[in-house]
Design a protein. Structure first.
Length: 201
């Protein structure tokens, strides 16, 4: 039941982009096309999940035992994320050159995507309480589920938004609202819609 609550909370209630407003830059920049948004969602999902697992293990078994977690945590986490993004970039360039070209500058920007770093830091610093239980630090299993669910929530929001933007581009929009203004209105409405899930958890 606890894992179910983590999944629902991370995807819908505390959506990383619509409720916490982390990772907004690539969210707005890559969501012009559904295909590009889907590819970026997959890359972000891979990086967030793997980065969270690796940083959790480094923090628990290297930084904390040696008392380095207070001042080395952020630097180490950023280095791990940068290495993973480089790996994703190399793999995408070999497997899907068209997607690699479509993502363009936003692929290396995953390194500076605050959603990736935010999830990694949340897992090792925040205490969580689900279902009215006592607050506790996440274990590796909970951290992995939380990271995967958070990245799926990011992907869900991005794919929904990309679909809406494609639909808006094919329809008549008043001249004053074309482009970024209607995109921001759409994101605001999506964020309010996701707030409706807050009564679940």
């Amino acid at each position: 039941m606890e894992y179910f609550l983590i999944i629902i909370s991370a995807i819908f209630v505390n959506n990383i982009v619509l409720a916490q407003f982390l990772g907004v830059c690539p969210f707005l920049g890559v969501s012009n096309k559904l295909s590009t948004a889907t590819g970026m969602s997959g890359a972000v999902c891979f990086v967030i999940t793997l980065a969270t697992v690796v940083t959790y293990l480094i923090n628990q078994y290297l930084l904390v035992p040696f008392g380095l977690d207070k001042f080395m945590q952020t630097i180490v986490f950023i280095l791990v994320i940068a290495a993973l993004v480089q790996t994703v970039e190399i793999v995408l360039k070999k497997i899907s050159p068209s997607l690699y070209q479509a993502l363009g500058i936003f692929l290396p920007l995953i390194t500076t995507n605050c959603a990736v770093l935010g999830v990694a830091i949340n897992v090792v610093t925040k205490e969580f309480s689900f279902g009215g239980g006592a607050a506790h630090m996440m274990g590796l299993g909970e951290a992995t589920v939380y990271a995967l669910a958070t990245s799926l929530g990011y992907g869900l929001a991005m794919i929904l938004f990309a679909g809406m933007r494609e639909h808006l581009a094919a329809n008549e929009v008043p001249k004053a609202f074309k482009g970024l203004p209607i995109a921001m209105i759409t994101v605001g409405i999506m964020a309010m819609a996701f707030l409706g899930f807050s009564g679940i958890v």
